[in-house]
Design a protein around this ligand. Structure first.
Ligand SMILES: *Cc1c(COP(=O)(O)O)cnc(C)c1O
Length: 380
């Protein structure tokens, strides 16, 4: 990540609050993913950081994309708009998955022309797809264990294993093509056995489908969840990759195409936020700093992503445990109650937070009239 001298220069030029994206880190994360999971095509989950330049960097690196709304699709579409129609359609078929199990009729109608790959997990959706996007390819989203993930994702979506093959056959009987299976083990999964279990479950469902006469599946989508190295307790990616590769090799023959939808892993470590101290007080004996970015803004992940961010100061000096508040009038706008920071920081000094690329500015609001942080790209 950018050295503190670079951060300071950028702050001088652009002011705060600032959200700095280092594209070299995104390229490196993508390369690491490909290196350790060579059989797996990475569909970047755009929602983690839906920034057009981030999408461009991953596009140029050869990534595919996981989108879940038409606005997300249109970020990717920008880069293929000028292709001849046929080529563009093939590109979308090869490189985009619309990975939201619930789609509106209007969205399906729009999607149909591209013959995309879409996920589903229930009967009603089969009828919608049959009616509005009959040319789509389908992937059945399975409910799998999310044990030990920072963000649980299986309570909202996913077909129970016991109903999976019935749904596959029902879609087939409706004239649709089920291309394969997908799942999500939960975001920031540090329990690597979730992947092992989910891949085994998928293999069983492949087999049951075949036994019951459906043998058209040719892909497996192992979803997102790959953990970012927020702290040293997160085991290295290569260890997870080794487990995944072993299971894939054992259970899925080489002609089965393997996809993944990494969001956080690609972007978490690529961004740093810098905020300015705009107030300082002592409340009940505890030192509090007020900064110009907060929980309604770049630090939204504290609420939505269950992620705790930490601050560093450019200045050094004797430290104490402080509270850091965001700029809005809501007491909920408390970024941290236990940050070890120099106690003599002044108004106008800066704090920065690293590894804040995923699920942060993506959910920034304009609450209280404060706009989201300015985004600056380092792209060398
Ligand atoms: C959010 C999401 C992802 C990305 O998950 P990460 O944990 O950020 O890798 C991938 N697929 C689906 C369907 C999602 O909802």
């Amino acid at each position: 990540m950018a050295a503190s001298s670079v951060l300071k220069q950028l702050v001088k030029k652009h002011g705060t609050p600032l959200f700095i994206i280092d594209h070299a880190v995104i390229r490196r994360n993508y390369a690491i993913f490909k290196k350790y999971l060579p059989r797996v095509q990475a569909y970047y989950a755009v929602k983690a950081l839906p920034d057009p330049e981030v999408v461009k960097t991953l596009f140029d690196a050869g990534a595919s994309f996981d989108v879940a709304s038409m606005p997300e699709l249109s970020i990717v579409y920008e880069y293929i708009r000028d292709m001849p129609a046929k080529q563009r359609q093939d590109w979308i078929w090869d490189k985009i998955i619309y990975a939201h199990p619930i789609k509106t009729n209007e969205t399906l109608q729009e999607l149909d022309q591209y013959k995309p790959l879409v996920t589903f997990d229930n009967r009603e959706e089969i009828q919608k797809i049959r009616k509005y996007a009959p040319r789509a390819g389908l992937a059945l989203r399975l409910k799998v264990a999310n044990t030990g993930a920072m963000v649980e994702l299986s309570s909202k979506f996913g077909a129970a294993p016991g109903e999976a093959v019935d749904l596959i056959l029902e879609a087939h009987n409706a004239g649709l093509v089920v291309e394969g299976l997908s799942f999500h083990v939960g975001s920031q999964t540090t329990n690597f056995d979730n992947y092992v279990q989910a891949i085994n479950l998928a293999a069983n469902i492949y087999k049951e489908a075949k036994d019951r006469g459906y043998d058209k599946m040719n892909l497996l989508d192992i979803g997102g969840g790959f953990p970012a190295p927020y702290d040293p307790t997160v085991k290295p990616f290569r260890k997870l990759a080794r487990k995944i590769n072993a299971e894939l090799e054992r259970l899925f023959p080489p002609e089965i195409q393997i996809l993944a939808e990494p969001g956080r892993f690609m972007v978490a470590t690529a961004a740093t936020s810098v905020s300015k101290i705009i107030g300082k007080a002592v409340l009940d004996g505890k030192l509090c700093y007020y900064v110009d970015d907060g929980v309604y803004h770049t630090f939204s992940g504290i609420l939505f992503d269950h992620c705790q961010y930490h601050f560093s100061a450019f200045k050094t000096g004797p430290k104490q445990i402080c509270t850091v508040f965001g700029p809005t009038c809501d007491a909920l706008d408390c970024i941290s109650m236990s940050e070890e920071l120099p106690s003599d920081l002044k108004l106008g000094d800066y704090l920065y937070s690293k590894n804040i690329g995923a699920y942060s500015i993506a959910s920034s609001t304009r609450f209280n009239g404060f706009p989201p942080a300015k985004i600056v790209h380092i792209n060398q």
